[in-house]
Structures are given as C-alpha cells and as structure tokens.
Ligand binder design. Structure first.
Ligand SMILES: [Zn+2]
Length: 180
C-alpha cells in the first residue's frame, strides 16, 4: 500500500496548516510501539482531510503568475522554497494557500485583512484581482505587476530591483489573464 497523499489540514483553529501526510512529523506514542503523525507547525495530531481542488485553467494561469512573482526580485508569495498557490474549492470558493503560514486563506472578503495571510496589502489586492479573474474572467491590469510607472525614478511599488521587475513583467505578460 502506498502512503496516503491526501491533502490534510491541521484541526487546531489557530494553526490550520495544510499539506500531505508525508510532510508531517512522526512521534512515538506512549505505548512505545505505535506512532502518530503530528502537524509540523503546532504539533497537534488531528487533521481534517481536504477535498481535491477543482481543476481550472484560470487557476493554473494564476498559479503560473504566482510562481513568476516568487522567483524574481524580493520573492513575494514564497517562503523558504515553498511557493504559495491558489485552489478552487466547492461552490466557487477561491483559496490562497499561504507559503509561510501554510493556511488556506479564503479570499472572498476583499476589504478586511485576511487571517493567515502573511503578505502585505499590495499582494492581498493582487490576489483579490486573481480571484475575480478566476471566477469571472475579469482581465488583470498590467499596472498591478511591479509597475514601473509609479515612481519618477522608474522604481516600482513592490521594491523589486528594476531589472528583476522587467524580467518578471516580460514573463508574466505572456500569460493570458492580462489586458492586451
Ligand atoms: Zn497545526
């Protein structure tokens, strides 16, 4: 039998780490024989199993953009080699899985700070735009991506190095979600 690869979510309300069983740590139980899987973040040993995300082309595009943002410049939307991603759940629920907290952040409410979201307001706004693209097909404004027109000296609001920002924009704009 192969190791279960179902996605799981830590049951502890303050944690809600998500991942797969192979990423959990194993501890020996008090009986000295059996063992339990524990959450790598909080040590809790009870998990919920998550439904498989619903396949979606637009979610794939959004995740390609997130990858590009994570490899250039200041590497937003990533943490120690883990890159955030978006997934679509039942009933059109768009979740952002944060690279640092590893929590599934429900992106429905736009004007409140999302709990479990470790990035700043600029990234939260971008993820909100991606949610609208995923659900409604609303194109993304190119100025939302490390826009160099924001400052007189050509710097961008993200604080990405200018050349890194240019490379990112060049790659990103090949994706189909942008206004041409
Ligand atoms: Zn946990």
């Amino acid at each position: 039998m192969t190791m279960k690869q179902e996605r799981i979510e830590c049951s502890k309300a303050g944690c809600r780490w998500t991942g797969v069983y192979s990423e959990t740590s194993k501890i020996r139980n008090d009986d000295g024989i059996s063992s339990a899987c524990v959450c790598p973040k909080c040590g809790c040993n009870s998990f919920y199993e998550l439904d498989e995300p619903i396949p979606s082309e637009r979610v794939d595009h959004a995740n390609e953009l997130i990858k590009l943002i994570a490899i250039y410049g200041r590497e937003f939307l990533s943490h120690e080699g883990t890159i955030a991603h978006i997934e679509l759940g039942k009933g059109g629920k768009v979740f952002y899985v944060d690279a640092y907290t590893r929590r599934r952040v429900y992106t429905n409410r736009e004007h409140v700070r999302w709990s479990g979201f470790s990035e700043g307001g600029t990234m939260q706004s971008l993820i909100s735009h991606l949610k609208r693209y995923i659900l409604e097909g609303t194109p993304i404004d190119k100025r939302l991506i490390a826009n160099p027109g924001f400052y007189q000296d050509g710097g961008n609001i993200w604080g990405y190095d200018q050349r890194e920002a240019e490379k990112l924009r060049e790659q990103a704009f090949k994706l189909p979600m942008f206004d041409q």
